[in-house]
Write a protein that binds this ligand. Structure first.
Ligand code: SAH
Length: 502
């Protein structure tokens, strides 16, 4: 089949494994491709942004089976382009560094197919950097060589010139070098490289579970064997390895090596997850709830129509703020509709969400629970006034009850509902040996414990955002190991960090 116009093939590098090291251009192309042909060593979640109807074809090597032959892959790419598709060939690291991207590009050129190359962050640079090894250094190395360690040194005509590498005045970085490490190191030493030169192996660089072992060129093979370092791993030889003593930033992060479960609704989890990752944690997202907007209800419509009548407007979550403004917008209103009202936010997150809409909250309590908001509102004269409490459907009635007691005429409107979401099997599996489970609301506690049943990771330490959530944890039959003093995400993080450094 031939399309009116041939499609384009993109030879795209997906980086070394950390999803944060995928380039903007790569994400853009993944998001618009009709077909994606991908390898094994691409970052987790790299295909999440693909179109729903994109064809995703695995062309990597499966354990115990031979890899898909190069001609077959090139054939796929050519065929896809000829049928007018935009095809992405997604590879780990950089497509032109031991990625056979050159061969694929040549096959495309021969077939007269237009292609584009998108470089990726190559493992040789990235895994070294994450291990705290600068591949060049003013004092230690003014050159760096990328070498395949896969070559058979017994082969008559090795493409690797060991004499030249032994003399090479700089850092040697071996890809695919674990299996033949002992033989390669011996060949290098025999050719004259100093056996005492520092050397390191970096396993799963930039990914969860990255591990680095350090030895000398003469002893690295033995250490790698003893520590069962396995592929994918990179071998670095040179005095720059010593720089790790000062530069091994990754292992120094406070949550390095800890697996933390985040249970917030997906849309809200990303901030917390990103912060945890930044602290070195491996994050498992296990959202047990989803936010379902309910702003189409009669109740909400009525409150919005009468929005100017409220003397006090109370908001109890960032979601509430977002949806209140959505409801206002649907009624052709904006922040000015709240001009005459006192605006109260239950905590700083909610206050920040308000600020994004141009409203500086008049009242933000020190503690972020309904009781504290009631206290903070003590100075506001509500008797005989109309008050709007805009919140989730299933919230507690502490705030409206207290305000009514003080003579306010309170309208409570549910802007959204939190509904149960079943986490994926994959995520549940990944959560099994978690070190921490974080809870940011009682509804996530109930929903997650119900969703997981006896597969709740019982060895994990539980960190709760505050007393109400903690109570729900205990009601679910679990123990709370740490509770936030400030009942917001920063407070939760602080509690987790304090617990982790026990
Ligand atoms: N095109 C890729 C390399 C593919 S060859 C790139 O530019 O990075 C595969 C080899 O790359 C592996 O055997 C290993 O030596 C190295 N490698 C790839 N990802 C790695 C990682 N995350 N950590 C350490 N080494 C990695």
């Amino acid at each position: 089949m031939s399309a009116a116009r041939d499609g384009v093939v993109y030879l795209v590098g997906a980086g070394p494994g950390d999803p944060g090291l995928v380039t903007v251009r790569a994400l853009e192309l993944i998001g618009t491709a009709d077909a994606i042909y991908y390898d094994r060593l691409i970052p987790p979640g790299a295909l999440d942004g693909a179109c729903e109807d994109a064809e995703l074809v695995y062309v990597g090597k499966a354990p115990g089976r031979p890899s898909v032959p190069q001609e077959e892959i090139a054939g796929h790419l050519i065929e896809a382009a000829r049928s007018g598709k935009s095809a992405v060939r997604l590879k780990g690291g950089d497509p032109f560094v031991f990625g056979r991207g050159g061969e694929e590009g040549e096959a495309l050129h021969e077939a007269g197919i237009e292609f584009e190359v998108v470089p990726g962050v190559t493992a040789g640079v990235a895994a070294s950097a994450y291990a705290g090894i600068p591949v060049t250094h003013r004092d230690d190395a003014s050159a760096v060589a990328f070498i395949t360690g896969h070559e058979d040194p017994e082969k008559d005509e090795s493409a690797i010139d060991w004499e030249a590498l032994a003399r090479f005045p700089g850092t040697l970085v071996f890809y695919m070098g674990v299996k033949r490490l002992a033989a390669n190191a011996a060949a290098l030493i025999a050719a004259g490289r100093d056996a005492g030169e520092p050397a390191a192996a970096v396993q799963r660089g930039t990914m969860a579970g990255q591990r680095t072992v350090v030895a000398t060129l003469g002893t690295l093979a033995e250490v790698v064997e003893r520590e069962s370092v396995s592929a994918p791993a990179l071998i670095v030889v040179g005095p720059v390895v010593r720089r790790r003593e000062a530069l091994a930033w990754l292992e120094r992060r406070p949550l390095h090596g800890r697996r933390v479960v985040v249970t917030r609704a997906r849309a809200q989890a990303s901030g917390l997850a990103a912060t945890l990752r930044g602290l070195g944690a491996e994050v498992v997202e296990l959202p047990a709830i989803r936010i379902e907007p309910r702003i189409e209800s009669e109740n909400v419509r009525r409150a919005i129509a009468a929005i100017r009548d409220y003397a006090l407007v109370c908001l109890t979550s960032p979601n509430g703020v977002r949806l209140l403004f959505e409801a206002l917008r649907e009624a052709d209103l904006d922040a000015r509709a709240l001009a005459g009202a006192t605006v109260a936010a239950i905590g700083p997150g909610t206050a920040r969400a308000l600020a994004a809409h141009g409203i500086v909250a008049d009242i933000v309590p020190e503690k972020f629970v309904a009781e504290a908001l009631v206290e903070a509102l003590a100075e506001v004269d509500v008797a005989g006034h109309k008050v709007l409490v805009a919140r989730a459907a299933e919230a507690r009635d502490v705030l409206p009850d207290a305000l009514r007691e003080r003579g306010a005429e309170v309208d409570v409107v549910a802007l959204y509902e939190t509904v149960r979401e079943q986490p994926s099997e994959e995520a549940i599996e990944a959560a099994q040996n978690a070190d921490y489970v974080t809870f940011t609301s009682s509804s996530t506690v109930r929903n997650l414990t119900e969703a997981l049943g006896d597969r709740f990771p019982s060895d994990a330490r539980v960190v709760s955002i505050g007393p109400v959530t903690s109570e729900a944890v205990r009601t679910a039959g679990l123990q709370v190991h740490a509770e936030a003093e400030r009942h917001d995400v920063d407070g939760l993080l602080a509690a987790l960090l304090a617990d982790a450094s026990r």
